[in-house]
Write a protein that binds this ligand. Structure first.
Ligand code: CMP
Length: 153
C-alpha cells in the first residue's frame, strides 16, 4: 500500500551536515520526496509535535533541543513507507539501533538521535498536517513507478 510519512532531520543532523546523506539514503531506497522544507521550529510547534511526551522527564530538554536550530522536514512516499522508514531509521536509543540503520550507523545519543519518523498511519497523517500545508505536498509521477511498483503493493 502506498503511504506517506514524515521525517525530521533534527537540528543535530543539520549541524553535522548530514542532511544530504540522510535524504540520500531514503532516495536510494526508492522513496519519493513529496515535501521538503528547512524549518526553525518554535516552541508551540515543538509542543504539538511532541505532545505525546508531555510530562516525561526528558520532555523539556527535548523541546529545547528540537527548537535549538533549523531542522529539515521531509515528506516521503512509497509502498509501506511508514514501516520502511522506521526500519531504516532504527531504534530510538542509538545503542540499540541495528547497524546499517541511520541511527545505528551515525548516532550514539538518545537525545540527539538525528531523525524523527512517524510511527504509524494516524501519526503520519497528523504529523504531515502539522509540518506541511496541503499545497506543500506535491503529487507527481515518476517513470520508474511503472517498473518497480506492482498494483496493490
Ligand atoms: P523521536 O523519535 O524524535 O521521538 C521522541 C524523542 O524523544 C526521541 O526521538 C528521542 O530523541 C527523545 N527521547 C526519548 N527518550 C529519551 C530519553 N530517555 N532521554 C532523552 N530523550 C529521549
Amino acid at each position: 500500500m502506498t503511504e506517506r510519512t514524515l521525517v525530521l532531520v533534527k537540528p543535530d543532523g543539520v549541524q553535522r551536515l548530514l542532511v544530504g546523506h540522510i535524504l540520500g539514503r531514503f532516495e536510494e531506497r526508492g522513496l519519493k520526496l513529496v515535501g521538503l522544507k528547512l524549518v526553525h521550529a518554535d516552541r508551540a510547534l515543538a509542543e504539538r509535535h511532541y505532545a505525546v511526551h508531555r510530562g516525561k522527564p526528558f520532555y523539556e530538554g527535548l523541546l529545547d533541543f528540537i527548537t535549538s536550530g533549523p531542522l529539515v522536514a521531509l515528506a516521503l512516499e512509497g509502498p509501506n513507507a511508514i514501516l520502511a522508514v522506521r526500519t531504516m531509521v532504527g531504534a530510538t536509543r542509538p545503542h540499540e539501533a541495528a547497524a546499517g540503520s541511520i541511527r545505528g550507523d551515525l548516532a550514539v545519543e538518545t537525545a540527539q538521535n538525528l531523525v524523527h519518523a512517524s510511527d504509524g498511519p494516524e501519526t503520519a497523517t497528523a504529523e504531515l498536517a502539522l509540518w506541511f500545508k496541503p499545497g506543500e505536498l506535491l503529487d507527481y509521477g515518476r517513470e520508474i513507478d511503472r517498473w518497480v511498483l506492482a498494483p496493490g503493493d
